[in-house]
Design a protein around this ligand. Structure first.
Ligand SMILES: [Zn+2]
Length: 356
């Protein structure tokens, strides 16, 4: 099997960025993509890693010794809203300083070329919208860091596309006065140095994900309050662990999967006689295809005829593949534009203007 290096020699020297695509896989994928109309993509945090955004999950990825699963919960917000808001203020700040990468732009372009392409994103970082991904073809399963809503559901207040940073003065990132990052005597390898530099550029101040950096205790009165009921706090408009996915988003996704072929003889009859539209292709990018909700949508698309292509750094994600599927291992930012090139050409990479 002949391999094609999709990156130049310079990038190939870095083990974290190398990507080898098998020529036969690329050819069979390309042929199928060109004939595909109904395409579903399921996106996860791996898509935004090249943009410098951490996931706060598992070993080495903690925020102040907290795993995201313990701090991104309604219970954590009830008991310490200041700490939870600081976590989200940090993530809003980093996401605003990050830029969409070539994979975000490539998927946005694919959406323009294929009107029946629907993207289901688990990412809350706002990078797909900023890459100009058509809003009607992008379903944000977990909400957005830039939506804020009243913590009291019966109030119902929600504000979208709030890009203010900080959202209130008390949630500003502390300034870097001592250059803490330079105090270490350890000389990390090139890849780690590059990652540290990327992160520092996004933070532009002290990295409060490090539990050794003190953060202030923020009184409730200084946190963002709901302008509607004027009593409750505003909270990030993201889906927390233990919460259900947004109903409107779920019904849009269901409607897509429930679309039927327009056949003349079925007119006026009940839906049981109508043929569901098949799904041609399911792209699973930067997320485990074995964990909910990506696993559920992948299963659904497969049941409707889709062939599956998984793009991920982690080879363990290739275990569940069937004959006719594809696994492309490596950085989504490099692989996605390459495998979509026959349809999208060279994708543009200029950000759309941020509203607000
Ligand atoms: Zn309210």
């Amino acid at each position: 099997m002949q391999n094609i290096a999709i990156s130049d020699k310079h990038i190939m020297s870095s083990p974290t960025k190398s990507a080898l695509l098998s020529r036969s896989d690329l050819e069979s994928f390309t042929a199928h993509l060109q004939n595909s109309q109904r395409i579903v993509a399921v996106l996860g945090a791996g898509l935004s890693v090249s943009s410098g955004l951490p996931t706060f999950r598992g070993a080495g990825g903690l925020w102040r010794n907290y795993d995201a699963t313990s701090i991104a919960t309604p219970g954590a917000f009830r008991s310490d809203p200041g700490l939870v808001w600081m976590f989200y203020s940090y993530r809003r700040h980093m996401s605003l300083n990050a830029k969409p990468n070539p994979a975000h732009y490539a998927l946005a372009e694919l959406a323009r070329r294929k009107p029946e392409f629907l993207t289901l994103s688990q990412n809350v970082d706002g990078l797909s919208p900023r890459a100009g991904h058509p809003a009607g073809q992008l379903k944000l399963l977990h909400g957005s860091l830039f939506d804020v809503k009243c913590e009291d559901e019966s109030c119902g207040y929600i504000r979208q596309d709030d890009f203010s940073d900080p959202i209130v003065p008390a949630l500003a990132m502390p300034e870097d006065e001592s250059s803490v990052a330079e105090q270490s005597n350890v000389r990390p390898n090139q890849a780690i140095q590059a990652a540290i530099a990327t992160k520092a550029a996004l933070i532009k101040g002290l990295d409060i994900s490090d539990a050794n950096i003190p953060i202030p205790t923020i009184p409730r009165s200084s946190l963002p309050h709901c302008p509607n009921c004027k009593t409750s706090l505003l909270r990030p408009g993201v889906v927390w662990f233990g919460e259900t996915l947004p109903e409107a988003v779920l019904s849009d996704v269901d409607a897509y999967f429930d679309e039927v072929e327009p056949t003349p003889q079925a007119e006026g009859r009940n839906k049981g006689h109508m043929q569901s539209k098949k799904v041609d292709l399911c792209l699973v990018i930067g997320t485990s295809s074995q964990v909910y909700p990506a696993a559920g949508y992948t299963y659904h698309a497969r049941a409707m005829g889709a062939r599956v292509a998984v793009i991920n750094m982690d080879r363990s994600d290739a275990r569940d593949l069937r004959e006719g599927d594809w696994f492309f291992q490596g950085d989504a930012a490099q692989i996605v534009p390459e495998i979509l090139k026959s349809v999208i050409g060279e994708a543009r990479t200029s950000e759309v203007a941020k509203a607000g």
